[in-house]
Design a binder for this molecule. Structure first.
Ligand code: HEC
Length: 274
């Protein structure tokens, strides 16, 4: 308890410090604080080229550590779930199995480490924060069907977590729903693409966007066509300079997947927690 308390104070300080030379907190079987300088000088660090970078939308090159190295050093197993927490409230989790591959013919996860002397460019406009100090980037992302939300940046903490469906039972479809029901596939898509920013039934840790079931579910107040349009590109529905929700084009969610996602949201409208 006391350790948790101090850790949360510490994480709050991290949020405030945002861009000083922040360490990385690894919260697993053991808790480890990795100073950025220690990770930068690790012998497994390589210079890697990322041709299609999600955060910067241009080819980038990074000094990066294979994430598998860090996970293995922490005794992470393929059946575990790994959670990434960013300084801005973005919280996403992924099966460890995806993150442990190091083969060339698989999607490989690398932890890019911002250099001390030459910071990365700001993400938006002049003077804003960069994707540092730690940013999860992928080589061969297509081979692992890695979506844009699976590139967390400004990472402050990596932890070993339960799978979302176990940790957050209030986001799970009804047990008697047939296995072939589209809402089941939609649930997986929701966890992969939306749960990093939105809670649902107040479950989850994300703090960036509104809850998608309470008090009302968007399927209750958006016409279906408009909701589809909103998810595809919310700027086509309403637009302002500080909008933070990304677009989900057909390269990320096919028409069929979008239908499954809406089936899940509709299904959850009937499963509000009291
Ligand atoms: C990177 C964070 C992020 C991700 C990922 C994300 N959203 Fe959002 N979403 C937001 C934010 C922030 C808003 C509030 C409006 C804004 O700033 O654009 C929002 C607004 C919405 C709204 C409008 C709610 C309302 O009542 O105004 C809906 C519906 C929605 N998101 C659905 C989704 C779905 C479905 C997904 C997954 C396919 C998703 N979002 C993924 C951040 C995100």
């Amino acid at each position: 308890m006391i350790i948790r308390y101090w850790l949360s104070i510490w994480l709050m300080c991290l949020g405030l410090l945002a861009h000083a030379d922040m360490p990385l907190l690894f919260d697993g079987a053991k808790k480890t604080i990795y100073p950025a300088a220690q990770l930068r000088s690790h012998p497994a660090v390589r210079r890697i080229e990322v041709p299609v970078d999600v955060a910067y939308r241009q080819p980038m090159s990074y000094d990066a550590l294979p994430l598998a190295w860090l996970l293995k050093a922490q005794g992470v197993l393929p059946g575990d779930t790994i959670q990434f927490k960013a300084a801005d409230g973005f919280v996403m989790s992924m099966p460890a199995a995806l993150l442990l591959h190091q083969q060339r013919d698989k999607a490989q996860a690398w932890l890019a480490i911002e250099p001390d002397e030459k910071k990365w460019p700001p993400l938006k406009g002049e003077g804003g924060p960069s994707a540092g100090p730690f940013y999860l980037v992928w080589l061969n992302p297509k081979l692992g069907n890695i979506g844009p939300e699976q590139w967390p940046y400004q990472i402050a903490r990596i932890s070993v977590d339960m799978p979302p469906a176990r940790r957050w039972p209030h986001i799970v479809p009804a047990a008697d729903l047939p296995a072939s029901h589209p809402a089941r596939a939609g649930f997986e898509l929701f966890v992969k693409h939306c749960f990093a920013c939105h809670t649902l039934n107040h479950a989850g840790e994300a703090r960036l966007g509104p809850d998608l079931n309470l008090p009302l579910n968007p399927t209750e107040y958006f016409r279906e066509g408009v909701l589809r349009q909103f998810i595809r590109n919310n700027q086509n529905v309403r637009s302002w300079p500080d909008a933070k929700m990304p677009r989900f084009g057909p390269d990320v969610l096919t028409e069929r997947e979008l239908g499954e996602l809406l089936a899940y949201l509709q299904h959850m409208a009937g499963r509000k927690i009291k």
